[in-house]
Design a protein around this ligand. Structure first.
Ligand SMILES: [Zn+2]
Length: 155
């Protein structure tokens, strides 16, 4: 495993619509392993492949419930609203209140290409929505309703 460089939101890769993952091979597994390591090192909740310069629909999420790999994820259903502070590893120092669905049901493939479905709430749901936006080239800052100042050590 190796750390990958997390791109800043100003990098054009972050505004591109990512293509589906089609090959579930060693190259993908290495990418996913590297993304997991990079996410952990950065102390983040989620990371999309485009954030490390790979324009494919792959995401890793860890909100304290273990590591989840979402390949070609699709949100099937969402309900409720949550209003909370959100940040992004590609936007260091930028934090703001964003309204998201409280609960989402999504489907995704695992690293072997098997589809699964999962219903998640709260932070996990926020993270799924944030990362799926990345796959469509959308950055969360466009949704910020109110910016907040957060000290570096609290990120
Ligand atoms: Zn992000």
């Amino acid at each position: 495993m190796a750390l990958r460089t997390i791109l800043n939101k100003s990098d054009e890769a972050l505004s591109k619509v990512c293509r589906p993952v089609e090959k579930f091979d060693q190259k993908l597994w290495t990418l996913l392993d590297d993304m997991a390591e990079t996410l952990k090192k950065a102390n983040g909740a989620g990371l999309a492949a485009s954030q490390v310069g790979i324009l494919r629909r792959a995401v890793v999420i860890d909100v304290g419930e273990g590591l989840y790999e979402l390949i070609n994820p699709e949100i099937l259903d969402s309900s409720g609203t949550q209003y909370g502070v959100e940040g992004c590893l590609s936007c260091p120092g930028e934090w703001g209140y964003v309204t998201r669905a409280q609960k989402v049901k999504f489907k995704a493939q695992d690293r072997n290409g098997n589809w699964y479905e999962k219903v998640v709430e709260d932070l996990f749901a926020r993270c799924v929505q944030h990362e799926c936006d990345h796959l469509d080239g959308k950055i969360f800052t466009r949704l910020i309703e109110e910016y907040v100042d957060v000290e570096e050590e609290n990120q």
